[in-house]
Design a protein around this ligand. Structure first.
Ligand code: PMP
Length: 405
């Protein structure tokens, strides 16, 4: 029989993420007995809080195991509205809120619901890889604006203004950012909103999934709270994955104008229907329950960030900006490009650097190329302190063996 499989054109250039590919290589090395340390995954290393797990178990045992309302139970939508009021000072009604299987599906629903072929979406770069992939799947065109460490990895108003065309439908913002940890303060957001005010066809998607993981007293503020003029064309994206260590439960949510929310529900209704009933019950417990663990965990990430940034900057050829939030460090390895390894290989790119680190020192990191900006590499420091110290020892030792041009 001949193989007649042919992928759709919309998948061209898309693949399972590089992060997963690196994870698979790291696992193969570990399975072969090597002492691998993975600094690649975007996942908190602590466990889902006990009261949240208990709510999921109670939902299963209580028979909450059937289809629910399409895009979120009334209880979860109420908990999300209460969260937006309590933490962001924003009043949203349940008709302006939608729930899906992760923030990722929220973004997918939004792009599928709004993009026509050729519509443009502005994505500050480096970006979470999924942004551009979803835009492409939905038939849109990602417009990537490089924002390197000289601008703190943040989109500048003039660069935004220059990128807007009549075809621009969305600006995607992620604050604090994956992969850089950079976060926008109110004044920076206001400056971007001021540009958007000159282009009423452009909507703003603001991904606030790392809002509670910030350092040095930095307080995240939603663009809608900065200037309510953007509210009629803003989709707030958030979820429980990062704040409550609930990545596996798959619950994310969006808040925005009711017409958009309704269109997103149409997409979801023909794709996945409701998110898992018991996961929704657990998310209610997370959002309505005690919030003290959230802050305590952010504090534990702060010590790890300090260690990682300080140790990276001590390595010749590497520079790392201090991130305001999230649990990623995005370091430049520009000073090591062109260097020669002890076995004579030349590190021509950040991909070369990361794969050499993995193969020679068994430390898995992700090249900046995976996020659209080179030459950098990302370290996820949602890892135990002792492991981080060992990983940084190995990175420093490996870099000291390089012969620089
Ligand atoms: N947004 C960003 C910036 C992320 O890094 C992630 C997870 N890696 C998500 C959204 C998705 O989170 P989830 O689908 O688990 O809610």
């Amino acid at each position: 029989m001949t193989d007649t499989f042919r992928p759709a054109a919309r998948l061209e250039g898309l693949a399972v993420s590089e992060i997963l590919r690196i994870g698979a290589r790291a696992k193969a090395l570990a399975d072969a007995g090597h002492p691998v340390i993975v600094l690649g995954a975007g996942e908190p290393d602590f466990d889902t809080p006990l009261h949240v797990k208990a709510a999921g178990v109670a939902a299963i045992e209580g028979g909450d195991t059937k289809y629910t309302a399409l895009d979120g139970t009334p209880a979860l939508k109420a908990a999300i509205c209460a969260k937006l009021q309590r933490e962001n000072g924003l009043t949203y009604t349940p008709a302006e809120v939608t729930v899906a299987a992760g923030a990722k599906q929220i973004i997918y629903n939004a792009m599928m619901a709004t993009l026509d072929a050729g519509d443009e979406v502005i994505i500050p770069t480096p970006y979470w890889t999924t942004y551009s992939a979803i835009v492409k799947i939905a038939g849109g065109v990602p417009v990537l604006i490089p924002c390197d460490d000289s601008v703190g990895f943040k989109l500048q108003p003039a660069a935004l203004a220059a990128a807007i065309t009549p075809k621009t439908r969305w600006l995607m913002l992620n604050t604090p950012s994956n992969p850089t940890g950079a976060a926008y303060d109110a004044a920076e957001l206001q400056a971007l909103i001021d540009v958007l005010k000159t282009a009423p066809q452009v909507w703003l998607m603001t991904d606030e999934i790392y809002e509670h993981i910030t350092y040095d007293g930095f307080k995240c503020v939603s663009p809608v709270a900065v200037d309510s003029a953007i509210r009629p064309r803003c989709l707030i994206v958030n979820g429980v994955s990062k704040a409550y260590a609930m990545t596996g439960w798959r619950i994310g949510y969006g808040a925005g104008p009711a017409a958009l929310i309704k269109a997103m529900a149409v997409v979801q209704s023909q794709a996945t229907s409701n998110p898992a009933s018991m996961a929704q019950a657990a998310a209610v417990a997370a959002l309505n329950g005690p919030q003290d663990e959230v802050a305590a965990r952010a504090a534990s990430f702060a010590a790890r960030r300090d260690l990682v940034v300080q140790r990276l900057n001590a390595i010749d050829g590497i520079t790392c900006r201090q991130p305001e939030g999230a649990f990623y460090a995005f370091a430049s390895c520009a000073g090591l490009i062109g260097a020669r390894t002890p076995s004579g290989d030349v590190l021509a790119s950040d991909r070369d650097f990361c794969s050499w680190l993995l193969e020679s020192s068994y430390v898995a990191t992700v090249p900046g190329a995976a996020f659209g900006l080179q030459p950098y590499f990302r370290i996820s420091y949602a890892t135990a302190m002792a492991e981080l110290e060992e990983a940084l020892d190995r990175i420093a030792a490996a870099c000291s063996t390089l012969t620089r041009a």
